[in-house]
Design a protein around this ligand. Sequence first.
Ligand code: FEO
Ligand code: CA
Ligand code: CA
Ligand code: CA
Length: 568
Amino acid sequence: TAAHAISASRFAFTPIPAQTDGAVHVPEGYEWKMLMRWGDPLFSAADGYDVTDGGPVQNSDMVFGENTDGMETFSFKGHELIAINHEYPNRKINLPAAQEGVPASADDVLKFQNIQGVTVMEITEGVDGWSVVKDSPFNRRIHHNTPMKIVGPAAGHDLLKTKADPTGTASLGTMNNCGSGKTPWGTYLTCEENFNGYFGSTDENASYDPKVAEGFARYGIKAESWNFYELFDPRFDTSKNPNEPHRAGWIVEIDPTKPDSTPVKHTGLGRFKHENAEVTLAADGRVVVYMGDDERGEYLYKFVSNDTYRPGAETEGLLNDGTLYVAKFNDDATGEWLPLTPETTGMDAAEILIFTRMAASAAGGTTMDRPEWVASSPVAVEAYCCLTNNKNRGVKPNAGGDDTAVNGPNPREANKYGQIVRWRPSNDDHASESFDWDLYVMAGNPAVHSDERAGSANVNEGNLFNSPDGMAIDSTGLVWIQTDGNDDNEEDFAGHGNNQMLVGDPVTGEIARFMTGPNGCEVTGLAWSTDLRTMFVGIQHPGSNWPDGGTPRSAVIAIKRSDNGLVG
Ligand code: FEO
Ligand code: CA
Ligand code: CA
Ligand code: CA
């Protein structure tokens, strides 16, 4: 609109054009440097780890992992730390000698298990830029076999008990770590997304308790896994361990300042395909966690704690003792948070948390076009969620899911491009049970389409993108948007170019392209250095031979202004 055109831009850069090459591009006056790639050693013992043949299983738990995703920075006693996720393996790249990347041994499976999970690492900035402090006592790899605690209202439930852990309170590993979160008390939250794909059955005739079978269906746990763990690691074989999948799909808290601490799975935050965990505070100091469940036709959630956060005081229970809500969006631009309780769901309190999807269906939440990251503003009481796309509306991904007719915040029948919904809680309080909402942007292609596929007024030929996914709001309130979409640059996607990072003005709606990734990649994960002079950005699964001209390697880059000015 004209209003957009005449408002002075808040952006401190000249937007860059779409790109289709195998490089990273940033605006004039900015520069980027490599920080860390898959296979780079965190410890001297792993020096020489060679990724060209996929790397050996030995020391694969002492190097930076694959498929970097959500990340957060922490400042602790003068040390700068990053905690960062490694979502899944790139099987053919990580096991190039195996047929189609299918593991042929327990060692192959162990390597996959080692290169996923979470890295905690200390970083430091010198004259040549940022680097990782090798052998720092803070450096740590958390992977699929790291001991964890299970706490909260569902801990110890029969559905969480296994032969190896008859208490239902201790599990091994965290998996498919997608987005992230950071608590006000300085801990890292890692979010278990597509955990279902890690479980399979070596017995195709295995039968399950009806409740377990119903859960497998709704969460997409099938006879064959994606990574074939079940062939070599019986823990992932549901015919032998039917409750093991119930011990994944949670949000896990890690203290990056205590390398010996045991990560904690918080059942109070529900079990689903967790994208990220955006933590903010209610007006009275109660802890509010916004969370998306990234699958077609699933829901947006929030948790509100019973107790308040007070700096320096005990934080135990703040992520477990409270109320879990599902979002209901009305067509009149209002909405409600529906509490998930025995009264609203007909389920008992623990089963609401273990089978949160079924609870949200029973309560009447609004089905969404794949909720990815939620970000809340530090300068306004509002939050945003990327609804990445919905390419198959009407086709249920899982048995038991709800019908997914178009609705207010998901208005397009065929949604190739995605949108970002924004809500403002009533009374300027994130604990409110009602809100107003609007669509901040509907992505599209006005160069190709003139109907609803053109997108909203703040989409133009200079900022084309699709499939918004990662998102973070900087200290000034600007909304940074990362994409994970179609990058073939043809037909419906002509002019979109490679996946990218853009920035949006929350007031004017103006959106500008800031960075483009190498072709084939997803841009995901964004965190700022403590001095706000560096942005750390993740490049996941580059498709070309980025960054070294050889084996493609997921990596984190550091972006700075050439004059060392603030970038967030
Ligand atoms: Fe791992 Fe929904 O992104
Ligand atoms: Ca994502
Ligand atoms: Ca995505
Ligand atoms: Ca991804």
